[in-house]
Write a protein that binds this ligand. Sequence first.
Ligand SMILES: O=C(O)CCC(=O)C(=O)O
Ligand SMILES: [Fe+2]
Length: 406
Amino acid sequence: MLAESVDTSQSKQLSLPIIDISCFVSSPKIETWETLTSSQRQVLEIIHNSFSKYGFLLIRNKDLLDSEFLTSAFKCCKECLEDLQSKSDKATTNSSSPVPRGFAPLHTENFATLIGENKPNDWNMKFRMGPEYHEKTHIQTEMQSSKETPYYHSKGMYPCNLLFEFNGARVLLYPNQWPEDDSKAEVKPYAKFKEHMIEMYGKFYQICRYLLHIFGLIFEIPDNCESLDQLSSLFDKHTSILSTNLYPYQSKLGCDSTAGKAIEQHTDVDVFTIIAQNNCEGGLQIQINNEWHTVKNDDISCQDYLIVNIGDCLEYWTNGYWKSTMHRVIIPQNKTDRQVMAFFVGANHDAVLKPLHINPMLLCSDDVQKKQTVTNHSQKFLTYFEWRKKRIRKVVKISKKFQTKY
Ligand SMILES: O=C(O)CCC(=O)C(=O)O
Ligand SMILES: [Fe+2]
């Protein structure tokens, strides 16, 4: 117990680069590396260096998520999470869901299993949603009614066989599990919560698209690619997950929690993650060279930036150029709960993960060395669904052994 608290307080503070991506957001579509301004190239360099060194960076929240909306969403999410927690003995979660959906009560999940470790359960509660029915894509309804649609059924359009593709859609586009309001009650807090979550999901997807456009400029265009927007097109029917997390402060949790973390050390299983937070109490720590560092920046309030980190999939996809860095979350010690909105970016289930190489203009000597040491993927490239299935299979085995749930 003592070791844990010493360990937490001894963490160093890491000043991650804060970048402003507005020169990409506001400018008209950029077609080639040659047309970039020098400040845009500089932004690309900082992003590449930070992702290859730390796997993390901060982006200024300038016109990305407006603060009024964030404040109202955090308030609404907190009320609903606390309410769901108070009813959690009546289990509002669907345990048979193949991907995280719905409410996960306090101290029921265990992220340490994601990296094969046996640690106490995490001290947070969360609610997660995936793609929701959308008029433009009809993703959910098409899947549920199994209508003949090109996305799920055409032969020849996708590299894998029909059945496998259908499984990918069925798993990664699994329906959301929304809590229901009392039909007789006048106030409908869960309906409001659903509205906030769906709106937030759309806003994060827009940020994700800006970042994909930027990443598309950092990676070399493969010979077989027709356009720079090839990367974005692998996310046009994305399978991302939005999680609203609530981390209650230590004395609220009781002494039981002193041996645990709000979230134990892990890496993210997705392509990349975008995080908005309401405060830095306790908070996020990342592991660099075996030392824990608190992600904080004294020059700017933590509500004015978003954290972006690389997930295991992008590490694999970039042949290890960009790192999926181990991180954990500390329980708030002061009497303030912490909340985050975390958007775990997932590609289209059938996106083919052909290796992404860094544009030679951005390579430094470290990179050249890395290029020689990394092993090449086999020629049969995995789809996002196949990759995820392989990655999750390990976790399922471990969580069964430890009898925990990730
Ligand atoms: O709370 C945070 O800052 C990070 C949460 C996290 O690492 C996760 O949900 O995977
Ligand atoms: Fe994480």
